[in-house]
Ligand binder design. Structure first.
Ligand SMILES: [Zn+2]
Length: 442
């Protein structure tokens, strides 16, 4: 297998018949949620180690309203005191009597994981151990926040993969799925259960349930879906969209890939592991988590607005993040602003009118700030990687031109059309909801 330069068949993007061609299993008829402005193209959480071509399972819509909004309505009926009580009883089953660690909290030390670990320790009297799967390229403030977490009274295990393997897998994921962040997602989903198994700490508590963002209500339970972080047969496992056999043929060994692999299901069962979402038992409000974190520590926000959105405090640890959200925009027509806006509208922190204007202003903005460093990271020169690996790529080096050529290959024609100025979204928010932009025309 050689990763060749992608050649774009631009015809579907020019002709109107292209409107009927979708990639990644996306729904043909485009809709914005009339309550929170997310779209029906948004993929839901899935078993990341099972995907080959970034096939998605899009979020459900009901009469123009997304499933996250439906769940938000139902959450108003939840008796949170009762849930908190249930949570305390559950923790009692795992509580350590001799001072040993009794719960694993995965995270980066960002606002959400800080909040969960801190409350578990200082409010619930648990003894959490925190674990982190390293970003590709730490931002200065992201690394300071990891230290800030540790300084607030926590031991942390940081799993930093071999950088040559991490870079290579990220590049392969870019070529196969236009998803350079994928190896990190695998690591952060799969490291916690393996750690719990090794250290015999059977309770793992995550921050939010993916149903906060539109995963099906059937998955809105206290437990994480088992398939997300376990496998039955290695032959069904994919990393960066490649089977293990394919990766072995490049000279990679099983242990090179181990940091990215899930735990085998029978090990999960034998060790009676339990993965919970803190948000199932408590009202989840990311902005409050942020205020809690700055009140209880020296948390650092990003010194500048994050490219592609208006916020400064969410998902700020990895320089690769910026590029990942841009690739997401290319594939699904949803940028980082839409993701932030829809969550804040559901939480009551933004009005739909404000959200629509923010989407128009920032969504899909190309992130320039770290591009040089990221493209160097994604380049596979033979001086560093040897001929065999470097020769897998027709163009071992990634630059802006190569990145954009590649990006076009992953645009779904039902979302994008080609114009003289380049690619343009077919469904712009200002066209869909002209009522929010009336003042701008005058
Ligand atoms: Zn919605």
């Amino acid at each position: 297998m050689i990763y060749r330069k992608k050649i774009l068949d631009s015809n579907p993007y020019v002709s109107e018949s292209g409107k009927k061609i979708t990639k990644f299993n996306l729904p043909l008829n485009f809709e914005f949620c009339k309550k929170c402005l997310t779209t029906n193209q948004r993929p839901t959480t899935r078993s990341e180690h099972s995907i080959k071509d970034d096939i998605t399972k899009p979020t459900n819509f009901f009469d123009g309203v997304c499933e996250a909004c439906k769940i938000e309505e139902k959450k108003k009926l939840i008796d949170w005191d009762k849930r908190k009580n249930d949570f305390t009883k559950l923790l009692d089953k795992y509580r350590s009597r001799n001072g040993s660690y009794d719960v694993v909290v995965p995270g980066s030390g960002g606002k959400d994981s800080f909040y969960v670990a801190h409350r578990l320790k200082y409010e619930y009297g648990m003894n959490p151990i925190t674990i982190t799967f390293s970003p590709f390229i730490y931002t200065d403030w992201g690394f300071k926040n990891l230290k800030n977490w540790i300084n607030a009274g926590f031991e942390n295990f940081l799993n930093t993969p071999n950088q040559k393997i991490y870079r290579l897998l990220s590049r392969i994921a870019l070529e196969k799925m236009f998803h350079p962040w994928h190896p990190w997602i695998l690591g952060q989903k799969n490291y916690p259960t393996k750690f719990a198994e090794k250290f015999k700490i059977p309770l793992i508590i995550y921050g939010e349930s993916p149903s906060e963002y539109g995963s099906p209500e059937s998955e809105y339970t206290y437990e994480y879906v088992r398939d997300w972080h376990t496998y039955k047969n290695l032959s069904d496992v994919y990393i960066s969209g490649c089977s293990l056999e394919e990766l072995y043929s490049y000279g990679l060994k099983f242990f090179d890939l181990y940091p990215f692999l899930p735990l085998q299901e029978k090990e999960f069962e034998k060790n009676k592991l339990n993965c919970l979402a803190f948000s199932y038992f408590h009202k989840w409000h990311p902005q409050s988590n942020y205020y809690y974190t700055i009140e209880n520590s020296s948390f650092n926000v990003s010194p500048e607005r994050t490219a592609g959105t208006y916020s400064k405090y969410a998902s700020i640890d990895d320089k690769m993040d910026d590029l990942y959200f841009y690739t997401y925009f290319v594939k699904f027509g949803i940028g980082r602003t839409t993701a932030d806006v829809s969550q804040e509208i559901r939480n009551g922190d933004l009005t739909i009118n404000e959200g629509a204007k923010l989407i128009k202003k920032f969504d899909g903005e190309y992130p320039e700030r770290f591009e040089k460093e990221i493209f160097e990271y994604l380049s596979i020169p033979k001086e560093e990687f040897g001929k065999k690996i470097s020769n897998l790529f027709e163009s071992p080096y990634v630059d802006k031109e190569y990145f954009f050529e590649t990006s076009n290959h992953f645009r779904s024609p039902h979302l994008w059309k080609k114009t003289n100025e380049g690619f343009e979204l077919r469904n712009k928010i200002e066209k869909y909801f002209p009522e929010y932009f009336d003042n701008e025309k005058k």
